[in-house]
Design a protein around this ligand. Structure first.
Ligand SMILES: [Zn+2]
Ligand SMILES: [Zn+2]
Length: 289
């Protein structure tokens, strides 16, 4: 099976264990991954400027707006691409942007000024609170009903899709991560009649959908998104899919990627890679698989 991992946080992400791009590449070769994409976090909500609008370069925090980090990032990626050519590992330059409504121009300043292969869009915050963080998410969920979550999450997701700034949407139903604990099993159904028009819009724009395996590490029983949502995505006409571990440390690289690829196969869907923000089916022909 030809494997990829399109969601990796090296030491540039402030919430990752600081393993270098090179360390991930060495591990990727051992795991027989054929292509990987680094997706450093970019959080740009000005309300959270002092909290998470940072990246790390050589252990030092830099504002995401100090673009020297991007120069370092691309230099380091180019060195890795050169170094791992012989090992036949292809290495791509990506980002995971935490979408914040109203900040589209700010996102454009980053994604349109550097030669990214792949830009993931993610909903990490609602009402300026991180719903993906164990420490912060109780603040959001404490006074939250299923209806609040439904309204907040899907209106933000809709705006993210309509911005058309992203190649692919990461962990589409991330609200399950802590929503399940705070709001109970009904959280599994809040997407119904909300997500269908959003998925149709994604299909129309050619936007991809990620199968994110990090949910298994957090005790959830399905990947992001659930099979129910994946079926709706297929019905809506989405045809571009990527697989990603969302590794924040070396031992998470490639985690459950085979199972994610088998899931795509079960639904007759193709895994994709991206080059200069263009999607390609991977592997290129069935004969290679
Ligand atoms: Zn994320
Ligand atoms: Zn991530």
């Amino acid at each position: 099976m030809k494997k990829t991992d399109y969601h990796i946080h090296p030491n540039y992400s402030i919430d990752a264990v600081p393993f270098s791009i090179q360390a991930y590449c060495t591990k990727a070769v051992k795991l027989k991954l054929e292509e990987i994409c680094f997706t450093t976090h970019v959080e740009i909500d000005p309300v959270r400027r002092e909290l998470d609008n940072f990246v790390a370069v050589n252990g030092e925090r830099l504002s995401v707006w100090d673009f020297t980090w991007l120069d370092c990032y691309f230099t380091e990626l180019a060195q890795a691409q050169e170094r791992f050519k012989g090992a036949k590992l292809r290495i791509k330059a990506g980002l995971e942007v935490g979408y914040c409504p109203g900040q589209e121009k700010a996102i454009e300043r980053i994604v349109n000024n550097y030669p990214f292969d792949f830009v993931l869009g993610a909903i990490h915050c609602l009402n300026h609170i991180s719903i993906s963080s164990k420490q912060e998410s109780p603040l959001y969920f404490q006074d939250c009903t299923l209806n609040n979550l439904r309204r907040d999450y899907f209106s933000t997701l809709q705006a993210a899709v309509e911005s058309d700034l992203f190649d692919c949407i990461a962990h589409l139903d991330l609200y399950r991560r802590y929503g399940l604990i705070h709001l109970g099993p009904e959280v599994m159904t809040i997407h119904r009649e909300m997500i269908e028009p959003i998925l149709s819009r994604m299909a129309k724009q050619g936007m991809g959908l990620e199968i994110n395996t990090s949910s298994y590490r957090r005790g959830l029983k399905e990947f992001h998104p659930t099979k129910e949502i994946l079926r709706l995505a297929v019905q809506a006409g989405i045809s571009v899919f990527t697989v990603g571990s969302d590794a924040h440390t070396l031992c998470e690289l490639g985690d459950n990627i085979e199972a994610a690829l088998l899931l795509l196969k079960e639904y007759n869907l193709n895994n994709h890679i991206f080059t200069q923000r263009q999607a390609h089916v991977f592997p290129f022909s069935a004969a290679n698989s």
